[in-house]
Write a protein that binds this ligand. Structure first.
Ligand SMILES: Cc1cc2nc3c(=O)[nH]c(=O)nc-3n(C[C@H](O)[C@H](O)[C@H](O)COP(=O)(O)OP(=O)(O)OC[C@H]3O[C@@H](n4cnc5c(N)ncnc54)[C@H](O)[C@@H]3O)c2cc1C
Length: 479
C-alpha cells in the first residue's frame, strides 16, 4: 500500500485501556499470597509517580498497582498471575522514554525492573557483560571501563536510563554513527513471556544462527512481546580520549550540507551532532559555554581514533566542513573541555524545557537528505508560527524537532500536533522514518501503518498474537 492512501486522524491522548477493578483486586490478593515479600504499591499517591514517562505532553492512565520484582522468578510469577486474571502489564525501566511506552494504563499493573540492578558478570575473555535490566547505562559503562572495556550505546539520558529500557526501545545516542544502536551490542537475552515462561535467545557466542533471531525481535519491541530480565551485551576495548571540534554555520541547511559531505566522504566520526540556533541559545543560557550566539547552527564532531589518528580524522572533517561553508571552527583544548561540550549537548532537552513544554519528535532520513529535512522543518514551523528547536544525531540522519509551547493553551497544543504530522509526512517523503530511536510507543501509533504499510503491520500483529495471545503486555503500545 502506498503511503499516500491512509488518512491521518489527529492523535487521541494515550489510550487508557480500562482494566476490570475486580480482576486487579484478585491479582493483588494472589500476588500477596504468592510473593509475600514483593514490593507492591497500591496507594494512589505512590502510584501517581508512575503515570507518565518523559513524554510530558501526553495524557496517561493511573496504574492500579505498581510492582517491583527482585528476580526473574518473581517476574515469571507476576506475569503468570496477570495472565490468569487478564490484567494488563506495563513494563517499566527508569521511565525516561520519549514515546509514552512506559506510561501508565488506567487500572493496570506497572512492573518496574529497577530493583533488578546487578551486573552479573564482566567477561574480558569473551568481551561481554551479563547484566540485569535495571542497571543504569552509565553505571554499566563505568563498571566495564574499570576493566579497560567499552560499552558504546550512549543515549543522552545515559546517567538516568536503564539497560532494560535501552533494550526495550533499541536506544540510540551520540555515537551511533560509528558504533550503531543498542541492538548491535546484544548477544543474547533472557525473556519472560506473557504466560510466565522463561526463555533464552542467545548467549556469549558471537556467531549463532540457530533458528529465528528472537534477540533482534525483542530488542525495540517496547515491552509488548516479553519482559527482558537479563542481557548478554558485547563489549570492545576502551578507545582513546576524544578529540572534539565545533563548527558554526550561517544557516541550518549549510550545516546539513556539511553532514551530507562528511558522510559522502566516508568520514566516520564517533559523534556528529547538530544544534540549531534556538538550541544553541538554550544550552548557552543554561551553561554559559560562550557558544557563537549569532550562528544559525552548530555541529559537534568527535573522533576517538587511536593516537594521532584522532587529530588527522578531525583535520579531514574540518576540510569538508569548511568547504560546506562553516563560518567558524574551534577545537576543544583538552579532553576535559571535550567532555564538558558533550555533556552540554546531552543536556539540550533539559535546557529547552526551561523555555516551555517541549514536544520532542524523532524523525530520521537517509543522511544525504538531511539538508532537505532541515529546510522542510524550518518551512513548516515558520508557516505555522510554532517555536521549534531542532537538534540531534545528524550523522545518523536522525533529528529531534522540539516544538515548544504553552501546555495550558489548548490551541497551541493542537497546533503542535498539526506541525508534527507535517514533519512526519516530510520525513516519509524523504524516504525516512517517523521514529529513529524513541519508538512508536503510544505517541506515534497512527503513523505505523502509514510508514510500514498494512501488510507489515499485519505481520507484526501475528507475532504479537503468537507471543501474547491474551494481549496483556503493554496493550495499545506500538500496534
Ligand atoms: C534528556 C533525555 C535524553 C534522551 N536521549 C536519548 C538519546 O540520545 N537516544 C535515545 O534513544 N533515547 C533518548 N532518550 C529517551 C530514553 O532515555 C530512552 O528511550 C531509554 O532507552 C529509556 O530507558 P528507560 O530505562 O527510561 O525505559 P522506560 O522509559 O522505562 O521504558 C521504555 C520502553 O521500554 C520498555 N521496557 C523497559 N524495560 C523493559 C524490559 N526490561 N523488558 C522489556 N521492555 C522494557 C517499556 O515498556 C517502554 O516501552 C532520552 C530521554 C531524555 C529524558
Amino acid at each position: 500500500m502506498g503511503i499516500e492512501s491512509v488518512a491521518v486522524e489527529p492523535a487521541a491522548p494515550v489510550a487508557a485501556t480500562p482494566v476490570d477493578p475486580a480482576a486487579l483486586d484478585a491479582l493483588i490478593a494472589d500476588l500477596r499470597a504468592a510473593l509475600a515479600d514483593v514490593r507492591l504499591l497500591t496507594d494512589a499517591t505512590d502510584r501517581e509517580a508512575y503515570r507518565l514517562d518523559e513524554t510530558a505532553y501526553l495524557a496517561a492512565g493511573l496504574p492500579g498497582a505498581v510492582v517491583f520484582p527482585a528476580d526473574t522468578a518473581e517476574v515469571s510469577t507476576i506475569l503468570r498471575l496477570a495472565s490468569r486474571h487478564r490484567v494488563a502489564v506495563v513494563p517499566r525501566g527508569a521511565g525516561t522514554g520519549l514515546s509514552g511506552g512506559a506510561a501508565g494504563i488506567e487500572g493496570a499493573l506497572t512492573l518496574v525492573l529497577t530493583r533488578m540492578n546487578r551486573i552479573l558478570e564482566i567477561d574480558p575473555d569473551n568481551l561481554c557483560v551479563v547484566t540485569q535490566p535495571g542497571v543504569i547505562n552509565a553505571d554499566l559503562k563505568a563498571a566495564v571501563a574499570r576493566e579497560g572495556l567499552f560499552y558504546p550505546p550512549d543515549p543522552a539520558s545515559y546517567e538516568t536510563c536503564s539497560i532494560g529500557g535501552n533494550l526495550g526501545t533499541n536506544a540510540g545516542g551520540l555515537c551511533c554513527v560509528k558504533y550503531g544502536q543498542t541492538r548491535d551490542w546484544v548477544l543474547g537475552l533472557e525473556v519472560v513471556l506473557a504466560d510466565g515462561t522463561v526463555i533464552r535467545t542467545g548467549g556469549k557466542t558471537v556467531k549463532d544462527t540457530a533458528g529465528y533471531s528472537l534477540t533482534h525481535l525483542f530488542v525495540g519491541s517496547q515491552g509488548t512481546l516479553g519482559l527482558i530480565t537479563e542481557a548478554t551485551l558485547r563489549l570492545r576495548p576502551m578507545p582513546g580520549p576524544r578529540a572534539t571540534l565545533l563548527a558554526f554555520f550561517a544557516s541550518v541547511v549549510a550545516a546539513g550540507e556539511a553532514v551530507a559531505a562528511l558522510t559522502r566522504g566516508g568520514l566516520v566520526q564517533v559523534t556528529l551532532e547538530l544544534l540549531d540556533r534556538e538550541t544553541i541559545l538554550a544550552v548557552d543560557d543554561a551553561h554559559q559555554l560562550g557558544l557563537d550566539r549569532d550562528a544559525a547552527a552548530m555541529l559537534l564532531v568527535e573522533s576517538d581514533a587511536p593516537g594521532t589518528a584522532a587529530a588527522a580524522e578531525l583535520d579531514a572533517a574540518e576540510a569538508a566542513i569548511r568547504a560546506a561553508g562553516s563560518t567558524s571552527i574551534v577545537r576543544a583544548a583538552d579532553a576535559t573541555e571535550a567532555d564538558w561540550l558533550r555533556h552540554a549537548r546531552r543536556l539540550a532537552l533539559r535546557a529547552l524545557e526551561m523555555k516551555g513544554t517541549v514536544r520532542m519528535e524523532d524523525v530520521g532520513v537517509p543522511r544525504s537528505r538531511v539538508p532537505e529535512l532541515l529546510a522542510g522543518i524550518e518551512k513548516i514551523t515558520a508557516a505555522h508560527k510554532v517555536r521549534c528547536a531542532t537538534f540531534g544525531h545528524a550523522g545518523d540522519g536522525n533529528l529531534h524537532p522540539n516544538l515548544i509551547f504553552d501546555r495550558d493553551d489548548p490551541e497551541a497544543a493542537r497546533l503542535t500536533h498539526v506541525v508534527r504530522d507535517e514533519i512526519f509526512r516530510l520525513a516519509l517523503d524523504l524516504g525516512g522514518t517517523v521514529t529513529a530511536e524513541h519508538g512508536i510507543g503510544s505517541a506515534r501509533r497512527e503513523w505505523l501503518p502509514i510508514q510500514r504499510g498494512e501488510g507489515a503491520v499485519a505481520a507484526m500483529r501475528s507475532i504479537k498474537a503468537a507471543l501474547d495471545p491474551l494481549r496483556i503486555l503493554n496493550p495499545g503500545r506500538v500496534l
